[in-house]
Design a protein around this ligand. Structure first.
Ligand SMILES: [Ca+2]
Length: 153
C-alpha cells in the first residue's frame, strides 16, 4: 500500500512537472539529481544491525521509512513510528526508553537516537550507523516482520 502511495506521489510529481513545462514558451527541462540510495531491511526480531555506512559527527543523512509492518506479540505496527507504548524511565530495557516501543532507532558509537519514519537527521557522532527497532533484547523473541528503509546522503 505504501509503495503504491509512493509511486502515486512520484507519478503525480512527474505530471505536475509536465504541466508546468507546457505553460511556457520554451519547455522547462527538468534534471533529476542523481543520488546513491541504499535500501535496508531491518528485522523486528534482531539487535543492532550494522549498515556499514560511515558517518561523521554533524553529517546530515536522509533516512526514510519505505514499507513494512512490524508485529510485537499481538500488536501490529504499520510503519516505523512505533507502538503507542512508551516505557519512559531510564531503567527500562528498551535501548531508547523515551520513544515508542518498536520505533526505528539508530546508533552511532554510544549515541542512540530516534528515527521513526525518518527525515534529515544530523549524526551525533562519528562511526558506523547501526539500526534496530526499539524493543528490549529480551522482548525480541515475539517480534516478526521488517522495515524497509531508504538511506541517502
Ligand atoms: Ca517484543
Amino acid at each position: 500500500m505504501k509503495k503504491w502511495l509512493f509511486l502515486f506521489i512520484i507519478t503525480s510529481s512527474l505530471f505536475l512537472g509536465c504541466s508546468v513545462a507546457s505553460e511556457t514558451d520554451s519547455d522547462l527541462v527538468l534534471e533529476a539529481t542523481k543520488v546513491s540510495v541504499q535500501v535496508f531491511e531491518i528485522p523486528a526480531n534482531q539487535k543492532w544491525a550494522d549498515t556499514k555506512i560511515k558517518v561523521g559527527e554533524g553529517d546530515d543523512l536522509h533516512i526514510a521509512y519505505f514499507s513494512g509492518t512490524l508485529v510485537d506479540g499481538d500488536e501490529a505496527v504499520a510503519d516505523a513510528m512505533g507502538s503507542g507504548y512508551i516505557c519512559g524511565h531510564s531503567d527500562c530495557c528498551e535501548p531508547l526508553p523515551s520513544v515508542p516501543r518498536l520505533a526505528l532507532i539508530g546508533r552511532v558509537g554510544k549515541d542512540i537516537f530516534y528515527i521513526g519514519n525518518g527525515g534529515i537527521l544530523e549524526m551525533p557522532a562519528t562511526g558506523n550507523l547501526y539500526l534496530r527497532v526499539n524493543d528490549c533484547d529480551s522482548g525480541l523473541y515475539d517480534n516478526s516482520g521488517n522495515l524497509s528503509i531508504i538511506i541517502f546522503p
